[in-house]
Design a binder for this molecule. Structure first.
Ligand code: CNA
Length: 278
């Protein structure tokens, strides 16, 4: 870890230690799960968008395009099989989030991820906002009938036919596709959290290219009195376009940051134990 990054980690830990009642809001994306073996979208070479050629898509984002899905669900079903919850273990960073919860320092985790690894790490439902939905619930895209996880999973694993409703409509997990609305809970919770925020809070953005809206606008809306931090392999979004003097930027791998931050906070042993016990 270079000097600049370790100094930035110290700035974050000093903030947290100086303000023991201050809570943390995490805004996270695919980069917190790449070390678990789940590729992100946009990292050149390893990202999913670079690896979708085998699915013969007209354009990479078509895999999450609702109109394309209703015509050709195969690419999404193929991807869903790969990404399906249960196939992966949480990262060190996921467990660090859990430690923030256990120490009553967690306000919320807003995640763009659909892998549900925050839940696997033991973070409680009340803290998680799955901004782009998850596999937990499913519905028919025609008649809107709801289906439990098992129906979709069983059909998907059979692999012979697509999961279809009695009305013959396709069954799709409640993952937010391009052209679909985000869940109301996302907007309501963010409004509540904004109302609550004060200078003791810290907003940590991690593992996201901040390319997808409205999620990417959250860091912009953080009041200037509240400190923001970015942990990412590259500087992105508002941290790049409108950097604030008080921002803390860590250009490094997510698990490296988790380990170092835990050490600075004196949480290292607890973090290791949490990982061992799970
Ligand atoms: P993205 O656009 O692929 O960006 C990922 C960001 O994370 C990039 O800026 C990378 O540089 C950074 N990154 C990758 N690995 C690391 C690492 N080890 N340490 C630090 N930074 C890293 O992904 P976003 O989440 O920003 O895009 C939003 C999409 C991605 C959402 O709609 C998700 O549903 C979707 N997605 C989710 C998953 C998942 O659930 N795990 C996987 C792939 C895509």
């Amino acid at each position: 870890m270079d000097k600049k990054t370790s100094e930035s980690i110290k700035r974050i830990s000093q903030h947290l230690l100086k303000k023991p009642n201050g809570k943390v809001i995490f805004l996270v994306g695919a980069g917190i799960s790449t070390s678990c073996g789940i590729p992100d979208f946009r990292t050149p070479g390893t990202g999913l968008y670079d690896n979708l050629a085998k699915l013969n898509l007209p354009f990479a984002e078509a895999v999450f395009d609702i109109d394309y899905f209703s015509e050709n669900p195969k690419p999404f079903y193929t991807l869903a099989k790969e990404l399906y919850p249960g196939n992966f273990e949480p990262s060190k960073f996921h467990y660090l989030l859990r430690l923030f919860q256990d120490k009553d320092r967690l306000q919320r985790v807003y995640t763009q991820n659909i892998d549900t690894l925050e839940r696997s790490a033991g973070i409680k439902d009340e803290y998680i906002i799955e901004a782009h939905g998850s596999f937990a619930k499913n519905h028919c895209i025609e008649c809107k009938k709801e289906y439990p996880l098992k129906v979709f999973k069983d059909k998907m694993l059979e692999g012979k036919e697509y999961a279809r409703c009695k009305c013959k409509g396709l069954i799709k997990p409640n993952i937010v596709f391009f052209g679909e609305n985000l869940p109301p809970k996302f907007f309501n919770s963010w409004e509540d959290d904004l109302d609550d925020m004060n200078e003791d809070h810290l907003v940590v953005v991690a593992g996201t290219s901040l390319a997808v809206y409205p999620f990417a606008s959250l860091p912009i809306e953080v009041p200037s009195s509240v400190r923001r931090a970015l942990i990412n392999l590259e500087v992105v979004g508002d941290f790049k376009i409108n950097p604030r003097k008080s921002d803390v930027v860590l250009e490094c791998a997510i698990d490296e940051a988790a380990e170092q931050l835990a050490r600075e906070l004196g949480w290292n042993e607890e973090l290791e134990k949490l990982i061992m016990d799970n």
